[in-house]
Design a protein around this ligand. Structure first.
Ligand code: IMP
Ligand code: MG
Length: 182
């Protein structure tokens, strides 16, 4: 057990939920599908900051297809565990979307509000195609009237941290995904 794992196990607020090995295996699985589906194309990956920064960097390094990368930043949570119900755009895209194959990379879909906002934003720029990758899915998937083509894991309706996901900006650097207790 390394030092970080020891610290997680000694932190009574954290319950390890998805191991580093399981995450890595799933990231490779998603990348294999994307490699197949986008053969001969050059998709633009759009990471949703801050939560997806580790996931997108692991994912694109498993790809064989040529890619471009850009980022969007949204805010809806602040430092709270509950969504404010309002999405704000904090950083817009720099790339040209029109006529391109777009793949949005999200850390987690909870209420589905953020991903709906992103979908409307991107569709307004007329991409050739648009698909979504989400590492984690909470309950809100049923609220969506479009498909999330590439998915990682279902998680219970609890707050999770690690592998990019934070609570009040903390815990993003954990290699595993943990449930935050209390
Ligand atoms: P939604 O708009 O309710 O689907 O929330 C999506 C965003 O809220 C995600 O992209 C995350 O950044 C954040 N979020 C939702 N649930 C969690 C969680 O359990 N841990 C950390 N961040 C979360
Ligand atoms: Mg996010």
């Amino acid at each position: 057990m390394n030092l970080q794992q020891k610290r997680v196990r000694n932190n009574s607020n954290l319950k390890p939920y998805i191991s580093k090995a399981r995450i890595q295996e799933r990231v490779k699985h998603i990348a294999r599908k994307i490699n197949k589906d986008y053969e001969g194309k050059v998709p633009i990956f759009i990471g949703v900051l801050n939560g997806s920064f580790i996931f997108i960097s692991d994912l694109v390094r498993e790809l064989k297809v040529d890619t471009e990368i850009d980022f969007l930043k949204l805010s809806s949570y602040g430092d709270s565990k509950i969504s404010s119900g309002e999405v704000r755009l904090l950083k817009d895209l720099n790339c040209t979307i029109e006529g391109r194959d777009i793949i949005v990379v999200e850390d987690i879909i909870d209420s589905g509000l953020s991903i709906k906002y992103i979908r409307d934003l991107i569709l307004s720029h007329k991409p050739a195609s648009l698909e979504f990758v989400a590492l984690l899915l909470k309950k809100g998937l049923s609220n969506l009237d479009f498909e999330i083509k590439y998915t990682g894991f279902r998680v219970p309706d609890k707050f999770v941290v690690g592998y990019g996901l934070d609570y009040a900006q903390k815990y993003r650097n954990l290699k595993e995904i943990c449930i935050l207790k209390n």
